[in-house]
Design a protein around this ligand. Structure first.
Ligand code: PEP
Length: 251
């Protein structure tokens, strides 16, 4: 089955509204003819601006997190309804920076994922091992635990529509990219976990991105791997030309 590549930017905590408007205005014409699905996941305060500016273009807008609760006493959280009202389509869940700095766990990732699905947001669920875990040969076990934890209680029909981002923690923002063989091997293992949970058809349908210092120079080789269906791009998504070169990796 052909899986449409998806390249998503993760702006993290960067870009004021004015900077966001400038970047999107520059980006739109550069990615207008892309074959891949193009997404920018932006800070909450940029969503309104991004949705307005991306209207009528091929760029879809995502958030960087979503609350598991529908509403209520959850100071600092943003609900799915709030995101949907602004026109948000995608949402990143369980990014390693959330796990590392904000106490996100497989259980909270699972709760956020189920809420996103129930509300109709399109989730990008992040998994990935630390350097210590890789060096001690635990990568496959860590990935399996994270994937099983994230998808606990999610139906096969819903699981097939979730995007998974494999992001080795040691490759995020460090300039160290996993080799295309390492990325392919672990992404293949993730597909194997999905096959175990849901069967071959879902494993074949689910899109799995690589993330971790993906950039215009290494994107072609990574995207040539049979199981890599796209990228989650941090640093290189903050410059219109760089991000467009990643999006247009086939050119
Ligand atoms: C990310 O934030 O998901 C990421 C992959 O960052 P970078 O591309 O900067 O490594």
């Amino acid at each position: 089955m052909a899986r449409r590549p998806i390249i998503a930017g993760n702006w993290k905590m960067n870009m004021t509204r004015a900077q966001a408007a400038q970047l999107i205005t520059e980006l739109k014409p550069l990615v207008a003819d892309a074959d891949a699905e193009v997404v920018i996941c932006v800070p909450y305060t940029d969503i309104d601006t991004a949705v307005t500016l991306c209207k009528g273009s091929n760029i879809k807008v995502g958030a960087e997190n979503v609350a598991w609760a529908e509403k209520g006493a959850f100071t600092g959280e943003i609900s799915a309804d709030m995101l949907l009202e602004l026109g948000t389509e995608y949402v990143i869940i369980g990014h390693s920076e959330r796990r590392q700095y904000f106490g996100e766990t497989d259980a909270s990732v699972n709760a956020r994922l189920k809420t996103a699905i129930a509300k109709g947001l399109k989730p990008i669920v992040c998994v990935g091992e630390t350097l210590e875990e890789r060096e001690s040969g635990k990568t496959d076990d860590v990935i399996e635990t994270q994937v099983k934890g994230a998808f606990d209680g999610v139906s096969a029909e819903d699981a097939a529509k979730v995007v998974i981002a494999y992001e080795p923690v040691w490759a995020i923002g460090t300039g160290k990219t996993a080799t295309s063989e390492q990325a392919e091997e672990t992404i293949k293992a993730i597909r194997g976990v999905m096959a175990g949970l849901y069967g071959a058809a879902v494993a074949d349908a689910v899109r799995i991105q690589y993330g971790g210092s993906m950039n215009p120079k290494n994107v072609k080789e990574l995207m040539a791997q049979p199981d890599i269906d796209g990228g989650l791009i941090g640093g290189a998504s903050l410059k219109a030309v760089d991000f467009s070169q990643v999006v247009n990796y086939k050119d």
